[in-house]
Write a protein that binds this ligand. Structure first.
Ligand code: UD1
Length: 422
């Protein structure tokens, strides 16, 4: 059980360096299933999601060696994982499906878990594999796919990030050419395409709605440094904006964060990009309207964090969540701190500017938990965040430490924070 204690914070200031992106690193690690040659990923963040995926990959016959934050993977004889328990702990584990199927002609995976933010089916992943010649058999709780993959034309009904990644991972080793229409355009997709190209894959169109892949017989090893985490960066910017802070973030890619940066500026803060990094300063005042969308729209992963900021904005902010159907669970906990939030289906109306008072709240999911830490900074007195499932550590390497670096009083008690040992 992780317990966070958050003190009221008047003003964050200083600078910090963002980690590599969780959502970029997870698919990259799965490439360890795709070649006998060593693949080294640099700057791998210390996250429980990374730990879980590495465990799953080891179960799939991948050899893993570590040198500080570098992880090297290779596999002579990969196979499907036997434990369903591990797979049900994180949704990204479904990304072993494409590489396993392409390399061995067989993949059996449990239906994945992760944050309970919606139904999160994997029908689009399966449809993609079927378009490349796989036969799928669904049993309650798991799916088995088999067949020698060939190129295919795939149209995604929705530009799913995970389905686009899984299909790319399979198609690079399939015989012939694959075209993915209505593909996801997230920076993490572009990063995966760049990385696979370094492994010898032939991919064009990454970052656009149409991705074209020419399958190769095999891929080779490489060493790769993933992109910075735009959600971690956005989290810290929201924290700075909430506290009228002046914070410099180093190692960020502002071009990956335009929708979030525009929303922040609409609140009245100033953002300055320079060679040193991205600086936020000034006062966040004006309410905002946020509609979550696929990239380059406003990311659903930032919705809860922006809602924490909206608690401080004078007037009513409006949030429309279009990606996941159950992603306002943090709102209920924010109300416990004194916030006024009305939810109508997929719309949340936040009346900001009310006084907040620290109390005990519970982390509902990964981003919701982080948003409650931010809300705690704005509340008078002490806020205690109980995170029995360890959601926050799944996706943030030492968030309390990063906030402390900027002057906040946030501590993690009990439970094991693996990032603290790094
Ligand atoms: C990824 C991110 C997650 C982010 C999400 C949306 C990782 C590890 N996780 O999750 O942080 O919140 O993108 O930006 O990168 N869908 C289907 N069928 C499918 C697949 C998805 O209907 O087969 C639906 C989902 O239910 C959801 C929407 O598509 O409503 C978006 O999901 P998707 O883009 O696939 O998200 P993930 O890849 O799971």
């Amino acid at each position: 059980m992780a317990i966070y204690r958050i003190g009221h914070c008047e003003r964050l200031s200083g600078e910090t360096h963002v980690h590599a992106a969780k959502n970029a690193v997870l698919p990259l690690l799965c490439a360890g299933l795709m070649t006998r040659e060593p693949v080294t990923i640099e700057r791998v963040p210390m996250l429980t999601d990374v730990e879980t995926l590495v465990e799953i990959l080891s179960e799939c016959g991948v050899s893993v060696s570590r040198n500080r934050d570098e992880v090297t993977l290779w596999s002579d004889d990969p196979h499907s994982p036997s434990s369903e328990n591990l797979l049900s702990r994180m949704r990204a584990s479904v990304l072993v499906m494409g590489p396993l199927l392409a390399r061995t002609g067989y993949a059996r995976v449990a239906l994945p878990g992760g944050c309970a933010i919606g139904q999160r089916p994997i029908d689009l992943h399966i449809k993609g594999m079927q378009a490349m010649g796989a036969e799928a058999q669904l049993t309650p709780g798991s799916v088995t796919l088999q067949g020698k993959l060939h190129g295919g034309n795939v149209y995604l009904d929705f530009p799913s990030v995970g389905a686009t990644e899984n299909i790319i991972l399979a198609a690079v080793l399939a015989k012939g050419a694959t075209r993915i229409e209505n593909a996801a355009k997230e920076p993490e997709i572009v990063d995966l395409c760049t990385f696979l190209t370094e492994m010898g894959a032939k991919i064009t169109g990454g970052g656009t709605g149409t991705i074209f892949i020419e399958g190769q017989e095999k891929l080779h090893g490489c060493t790769y440094r993933p992109i910075p985490d735009r959600i971690e960066a956005g989290t810290l910017l929201c924290a700075a904006a909430m506290t009228e802070g002046s914070v410099l973030l180093r190692g960020v890619r502002p071009d990956h964060m335009r929708a979030v940066l525009f929303k922040l500026m609409e609140t009245g803060v100033t953002l300055r990009e320079s060679a040193a990094g991205l600086r936020l300063s000034g006062r966040a005042r004006d309410p905002i309207q946020v509609r979550t969308l696929a990239y380059p729209g406003f990311p659903t992963d930032m919705q809860a964090l922006m809602m924490a900021l909206a608690l401080k904005l004078r007037g009513t902010s409006v949030f429309l969540e279009t990606i996941f159907e159950n992603r306002f669970m943090h709102a209920r906990e924010m109300v416990r701190l004194g916030a006024s939030i009305r939810i109508e289906d997929r719309i949340a109306l936040v009346s900001g500017g009310l006084p907040l008072a620290g109390t005990t709240v519970t982390s509902p999911d990964l981003r919701g938990g982080a948003a409650l830490i931010l809300a705690g900074l704005a509340a008078e007195g002490e806020t205690v965040l109980n995170d029995p499932a360890g959601h926050v550590m799944r996706g943030y390497e030492n968030l309390p430490g990063m906030l402390r670096e900027l002057g906040a009083r946030v501590t993690l008690e009990e439970g094991e924070d693996i990032s603290a040992h790094g």
